[in-house]
Design a protein around this ligand. Structure first.
Ligand code: PMP
Length: 354
């Protein structure tokens, strides 16, 4: 090791799902929306003159904040936006988790949380999900430095009751509780309605899933005015121009197209419910997902083999070689056609291997 390496900030990075560079695969591995973004997005991308890019973007992303404020009936001072919810969450970890007590999050959850904790030197303790992959409220009613809960949780898809989440927020008035609602538009109850009651709550959402804009990178957070001010102070101390001009304009159009949003979310939810029935028929078990993916396991066929078999057929799903979940596949919900192809393959696989 070179002498200078002693002082390097070393991190084991988060591993995103594969993005294979071929068109004819069925891509059910990164929880993207199978439908394109609103046509208003396409139109604005065609209309924006390149000349506009000569100037720096609006550092406050004002137009997007206003559009979100109108859509959610939330004061602008209570909205923070960032480059995907990953950016919003990273900034929130940096801003709010600055104490000595460990922050708490489940052992099985979005695998970026421990990466940010390591990166920012935030002490943390993982709380094991119960044997049914449920978050136990009691585990989060103890002294700590903060709490992060994905609701619905990933990769299980399980939504936690809002009354239970409220117990966690109310029971921890001295620290910030972050509820990561990346998948909330597909099911579960949003904690946004708790915001008037609790000044320690931050709710984070994204355009990546329900608004089909994973490639654009737009995330946002709602919280008490003071929280948002602290977040913005940290952001402006790091990079004033996180959101670029095109992204801001695209985000505005996407959030305004309510009809298209409802239509595509409805289609994904319907395909999820159909897929659940089919998977049950083929002998799979899974927690009851409220998200745009299903976390499925088969008692007879090891998940790793299924994962590889699917991949050979050009069907990409996600497999995590991690304790407790290494016999599960996380299957994102695609179009009706894609889900039919997946089920047809699994039906054959299960049949042939009987
Ligand atoms: N939270 C959860 C629970 C997720 O699964 C993801 C997607 N990987 C994110 C946040 C980040 O999504 P994005 O940065 O695309 O908004």
């Amino acid at each position: 090791m070179a002498a200078w390496e002693t002082n390097v900030r070393k991190v084991i990075p988060y591993t995103p799902g594969e993005q294979p560079d071929c068109a004819d695969i069925i891509k059910l591995n990164t929880n993207e929306n199978p439908y394109p973004p609103s046509s208003a997005v396409e139109r604005i991308l065609r209309e924006i003159p390149a000349e506009i890019l000569r100037k720096y973007p609006d550092p406050t992303s004002g137009a997007l904040v206003t559009a979100l404020s109108e859509y959610y009936h939330m004061p602008e001072e209570q909205i923070f936006v960032g480059v995907g919810s990953d950016d919003v969450l990273a900034m929130s970890f940096l801003t709010f988790f600055n104490g000595k007590e460990p922050i708490l999050f489940p052992d099985i959850t979005y695998s970026f949380y421990d990466v940010w904790a390591e990166l920012f030197r935030i002490p943390y303790e993982c709380q094991p999900l119960d044997e049914n992959f449920q978050i136990r409220t009691e585990d989060y009613l103890r002294p700590c430095g903060g709490i992060v809960i994905a609701n619905p949780n990933a990769p299980t898809g399980i939504a936690k009751e809002l009354t239970e989440l409220e117990r966690i927020v109310a029971g921890n008035p001295g620290v910030i509780v972050i509820i990561d609602e990346a998948y909330i538009d597909f099911g579960g109850e949003s904690a946004v309605c708790l915001l008037p009651k609790y000044d320690n709550l931050l709710v984070v959402q994204t355009f990546s899933k329900s608004r089909s804009l994973a490639g654009m990178r737009i995330g946002y957070a709602f919280g008490n005015q003071k929280l948002i001010k602290y977040l913005n102070d940290a952001k402006y101390s790091f990079n004033s121009y996180t959101m670029n001009t095109l992204t801001i304009a695209v985000g505005v159009e996407a959030v305004r197209d309510e009809a298209y949003f409802q239509e595509t979310v409805g289609k994904v939810v319907a395909a999820r419910e159909w897929t659940k029935k089919e998977l049950l028929r083929l002998g799979f078990t899974f927690p009851d997902s409220q998200s745009n993916f299903i976390f499925a396991s088969h008692p007879k066929y090891p998940a790793k083999e299924l994962f590889e078999g699917l991949k050979r057929q050009g069907i990409y799903v996600r497999y995590f070689a991690k304790p407790r979940i290494d016999n599960y596949l996380r299957i994102s919900i695609g179009t009706d056609e894609e889900m039919k192809t997946l089920i047809a393959f699994l039906e054959k696989y299960v049949g042939e291997n009987l």
